[in-house]
Design a protein around this ligand. Structure first.
Ligand SMILES: C=C(O[C@@H]1C=C(C(=O)O)C=C[C@H]1O)C(=O)O
Length: 464
């Protein structure tokens, strides 16, 4: 399974030496193919309330404007301990994890590390950035529902006793959705259109300490080289779905919807491929997801190609229908986050029509999605970046008992400041699109298959 590549150095060892002891919650990781970015330190901005993603974009743009990039090197001399590390290069980059809805109790996160390394086949580079604390405080102060995390440490949610669904609860959830599909949506804010698809998800909380979380990232990287492996604010995973990359005005999106588990023999896998290529229900489901992205991007992009066609994306655990949508920004807009704000939530994680589907999700699902199904990625000082969809992922959690939020294990460091939250568990999330005719038992199987990457990476028994 994806075992062609040589083993990589472990990601934790790529933490810049000044932050070698960073807590998992404070680390940022982004891996695609042969390239890995690993950083820590700096600032954490937490955002509650409406329009979180757009506000993150504005906040980042304001802080960048107030901090000219020139001169950072002179302001940040390399400590002696780093003498054998590569010469640091000044750069501007922030990591972002949004939330599925603006109603989530968990905040969206903007992480601005002071240091990160970039590992590629050419070697390891060290980057530094010096966002002025004054500028950042000023940028945060403008936004009433944003705050700087205490002492820069990312607070983790507490591992609560759960209301999570088991298999039969999930099957009931699928049935509850099926009852609502195919009818016009009702209620004060309903669009009144026919409800065609709702993506329903479930959670599963498993124990995981800091070491287990770091090695989970290494294992995901080895096993799923086609995906983007990430960790931001304690949210970690390996996603195959890209909301938007933006590079010099070129924007690209990879939409997935319509899935079938891999077959366990060559014949069974061929049959699975034939099924996904021919099934009308899956083709429809995919069509609505691709169309929602197309419609969101058409006003701002000169599309490269208007005859977008789905192709098959094969991962070690599952086949997906996938469509690439790309174009050039018509006007120099803001950041890649502004592009993503137009799309999120897509039909791939919400449903069709999206506003009605999102309301059904809020009614039916027992657990807040938090940062699952939300944009996750990075943005640079020019607004370019890569923002994926947080799937095949889990949120690290601190112990439910213990000191106040943000105070971690309560052991103060030499300066008397609280130490960061220590992870003891991870809440996994997975979901699937439900369209009329869906079979609850098949959906239970599909979800099990989508939990596999994270379960295996965490060393949790996967049963069969
Ligand atoms: C919702 C998830 O995946 C989404 C739903 C899919 C489907 O239902 O076929 C496929 C890819 C994703 O867009 C998930 O992995 O949790």
């Amino acid at each position: 399974m994806g075992g062609m590549s040589a083993p990589h150095e472990n990601l934790r060892s790529l933490l810049p030496s000044v932050h070698a002891d960073a807590a998992f919650a404070d680390a940022v990781v982004w891996v695609q193919g042969e390239k890995a970015l690993v950083g820590a330190g700096g600032w954490t901005v937490l955002l509650q309330g409406k329009d979180r993603l757009r506000r993150i974009s504005q906040l980042w743009s304001r802080s960048v404007k107030a901090t000219p990039q020139t001169g950072t090197l002179a302001m940040l001399p390399v400590p002696a301990a780093e003498a054998d590390e590569p010469r640091p290069q000044p750069a501007q980059r922030a990591w972002v994890a949004g939330t599925f809805t603006d109603a989530s109790d968990e905040p969206a996160v903007l992480r601005i590390p002071t240091h990160w390394t970039e590992q590629s086949p050419q070697g390891v580079k060290l980057f530094v950035q010096d966002v002025s604390a004054t500028a950042l405080r000023a940028a945060v102060a403008v936004d009433e529902a944003a705050e700087l995390a205490p002492h820069g440490h990312m607070p983790l949610p507490a591992a609560d006793p759960e209301r999570a669904w088991d298999d039969s609860g999930y099957a009931d959830g699928v049935r509850a959705v099926l009852e609502r599909l195919g009818r016009p949506s009702e209620g004060p804010e309903a669009t009144g259109e026919i409800l065609r698809k709702v993506v329903i998800s479930r959670t599963e909380t498993v124990p995981a300490d800091e070491g287990a979380l770091w090695s989970a990232l290494d294992r995901l990287r080895e096993a799923y080289p086609q995906t983007w492996v990430f960790a931001v604010g304690g949210l970690l995973g390996a996603t195959p779905e890209m909301l938007a990359t933006q590079h010099d005005g070129a924007v690209e999106s990879l939409v997935l919807a319509g899935s079938v588990p891999r077959g366990s023999t060559v014949q069974a896998d061929e049959a699975a491929k034939a099924y996904i290529a021919a099934d009308h229900r899956l083709a429809d489901e995919h069509h609505w997801a691709a169309r929602s992205v197309w419609e969101a991007l058409t006003p701002v992009l000169q599309m490269d190609d208007s005859t977008f066609m789905p192709h098959l994306l094969t991962l070690p655990n599952v086949h997906h229908l996938a469509t690439r949508i790309s174009g050039q920004l018509k006007a120099a807009a803001g950041t890649v986050l502004d592009v993503v704000t137009r799309m999120h939530p897509t039909a791939a994680v919400g449903g069709t029509p999206t506003p009605d589907a999102v309301r059904v999700i809020a009614e039916v699902e027992p657990v807040d999605r938090g940062r699952y199904g939300a944009p996750v990625g990075w943005v640079d000082g020019s607004g370019d970046g890569e923002i994926a969809l947080a799937l095949r992922c889990g949120q690290a959690m601190r112990a439910a008992e213990g000191p106040d939020r943000g105070a971690g294990d309560g052991v103060a460091n030499a300066e008397g400041e609280p130490s960061p939250d220590v992870a003891v568990a991870v809440r996994l999330h997975a979901g699937g699109g439900i369209v009329p005719g869906a079979d609850p038992a098949e959906e239970v199987t599909e979800i099990g298959v989508k939990f596999q990457p994270m379960r295996r990476a965490l060393g949790v028994d996967v049963g069969a």
